[in-house]
Design a protein around this ligand. Sequence first.
Ligand code: SF4
Length: 663
Amino acid sequence: MPVKPLRVLSFIPPMTQLNTPYPSTAYLTGFLRSRGVDAVQEDLALALVLRLFCSDGLKAIREQIDGDPKTQSTRNVNFFVSNYERYTATIDRTIAFLQGRDSTLAHRICGRQFLPEGSRFETLDVYVDDDGGDPLAWAFGGLGMHDRAKHFATLYLSDIADVLRDAVDSRFEFVRYAESLAQSQPTFDPLVEALAAPMTLVDRTLRELTLKAVNRHSPDIVLVTVPFAGTVYAAFRIAQAVKALHPAIITVLGGGFVNTELRELTEPRVFDYFDYVTLDAGERPLLALLEHLRGERSQSGLVRTFTCIDGSTCLAEACAGIPALPARRDRGTVKYIDCAEPDVPFAEVGTPTWDGLPLGSYLSLLDMLNPMHRMWSDGRWNKLTVAHGCYWKKCSFCDVTLDYISRYDAVAATTLVDRIETIVAETGQTGFHFVDEAAPPKGLKALAEELLKRRVEVSWWGNIRFEKSFTPELCQQLADSGCIAISGGLEVASDRLLELMKKGVSVAQVAQVTRAFSDAGVLVHAYLMYGFPTQTVQDTVDALEYVRQLFEAGCIQSGFFHRFTCTVHSPVGRNPEEYGVTLIPLPPISFAKNDIGFVDPTGVDHESLGVALNKALYNFMHGIGLDADVRSWFTGKVPRTTVPRNDIARALTLNASNASRRR
Ligand code: SF4
C-alpha cells in the first residue's frame, strides 16, 4: 500500500509581534519543503488581532460588556462604551492605515479629531512643552506626519487592548497572552485550570480561527512553536481545539520556550494536548518524527522528543487513519527519547519561506518613540540568521549550556546571499533583521563583501558583541552593504563586572566600537544590565556615568536597562559560588524550569536603583540631562562616581591617535 504523504501545518500562536511574522514557522516550512514535505503555515497571532480589532470584533466586545453584569466598569471600559460609535466608525480605516493601505488617513489622524483618545493618549502630556510648541516635534520633526499618525493609531489600539483586558480577558496584552501561567511555572496546574475554564471571547475567537485553518489545510500534523511564555497558553488552546474535533491529527510543540523551560518535563497531562514535544533546533527531530509517523523509523529512533508512553497506542497508526485511542489519555509516563542523531547543518536548513502568510496585513506599530524600539515594532523585516548559535558562548549570564547558544555553526556568505536573494524575490521586500544572538564579525564581513560584490541592495540590522574586530573600516564596510542599526550588550558598564561576566570586552573597547559604527551612520543600541551578582551601589552609579558619557560622545543613541535574572542554564545558575551568590532552592519541577532566585550578600536594593537608571536613560536618549551629575537621577543618597568625567572621550582620542600612528 502506498504511504500517505503527510501534510504539516505550522502555527504561530498569539501573542507575538504584529509588524512581521515570527520567523519560526517560516524556517520550518522552508526546511520541510526543501526535504519534499508538504508544509504550510498560519499566523494566528495576527489573525486573532485582526479579528478582534475590526468593527465586528468591537461589536462582540460591546455585546460582552452589555451582556455581562460582572464586567468591570473601569475608566477604559466606560470611555469605550461612551465613544463606541466613534470606535466602530474608525477601527477598520485605522487598521488599513497601519497596514500601509490607506496612507492619506495620516492627515485625519494627526488632526486629533478623528480617533477617540482614551487613557493611553495621556502619555502625550509628558511631552507638552511650556511655550505651547508642538509636543512631539522632538520625535517627528515638522514633517513626520506619517510617523506621528502611526504613533496616535498605536495608542488608539492600545486603548482598545486595555478594554479587552478589563472587560473580556484579564490576561490579554498586545505582545503576550497569559504569560504568567507558563513562565517558570514548576507545575502544569495553573495552565490546566485555565484551559478547563469557560472560554473568553479571545479564546473562542482563537478556537474558531484554528479550526478554520485546519479545515483549509487538512493537515496530518500540526506544529505549534512557542518562542516565549506569553504564547504558551494560546498554544495549548490551539491544540485543545484541534484535538477536540480532529483527534487523529498529530500535535507537536516546540520552540524557544520549550528549549529553555521544558527540558525536565515529566507532566503527562501536557500530552492530553500535544502528542510530542521536541527540544532545540527543530529540523532533525521533525525529520525523525515524520519518518516514525510514516512507519519508517521506530519510536526509539526519535530525536530529542518527549512523548507519553502508556503502552496502549501507537501514534503512527493514529496518523494512518486509525483513531487515537481514548485510553491514551489515561495518565501515562513521559519519556524522553533521543537517538542522538546529529543536527542538520546550518548550510542545509534551506531558505525560510513566508509563503502563505498575509504579508500585506501586518501592522506597522509605533508604540515607543525610541529609534531602536521602533525597528522591532514598525516595518516588515525578513528575519534571517547569519549563523546558528553564538561564536563566543562564554558570557556567564547567558544560556551557554543550551544548543541555541552553544552549537555554533556558520554558513558560507555565498549561501547566505543566495538565501537573501531568494527571500527578496519571494517577499518583494529588502529589509532584513538578522536575529542571531551575536552575529560573528567574520561572517558579517564576508556577507558585506558578497552583498557588495553582487550589488544586492538591502537594509539590515542585527545583534553583535561590541568586540574590537569591529574596526572603523569594517563598520564602514558593513554600513556600505546596507547595515542601518546594530545592537549589542554593554551589560553593566564596569570593567570589573564585564570580566566577571566573561563578556570579553572592556568599556573603552565598547566606546571605540560603538563610535566607529556611529561614525559610519549606523544607529547603535546598547543592552544594559543591573543587579548582576556582587554589583554595588558604587558600581551602578559608575556604570550610569559611563552610559552618560557614551551618549554624550555620540557612541550610542539608544539603550535599554534590564534587571539581571539568573537562569538554571547559565554559568551563574550552574556555579553560583563563583559569583558570590547562593541559589534559592526550587520546588519539585514537573513542568517549566528556567529562572531561579538567588541571594546576593551585597544586599543592594536594585529595584529602586533600576527606576533611576531607566529614568536617566530615557532622558539621555532625548539628549536631556547629559551634563548633569548622575547622582541627580537617584532619589536616595548615592556616592559620587569614581569615573573621571572625560574617561570615554579620552579612550576615543587615544584610539584615534593609535590608529593614525598605525597608518
Ligand atoms: S550573551 Fe551574547 S555574546 Fe554572550 S554568550 Fe550569550 S549570545 Fe554569546
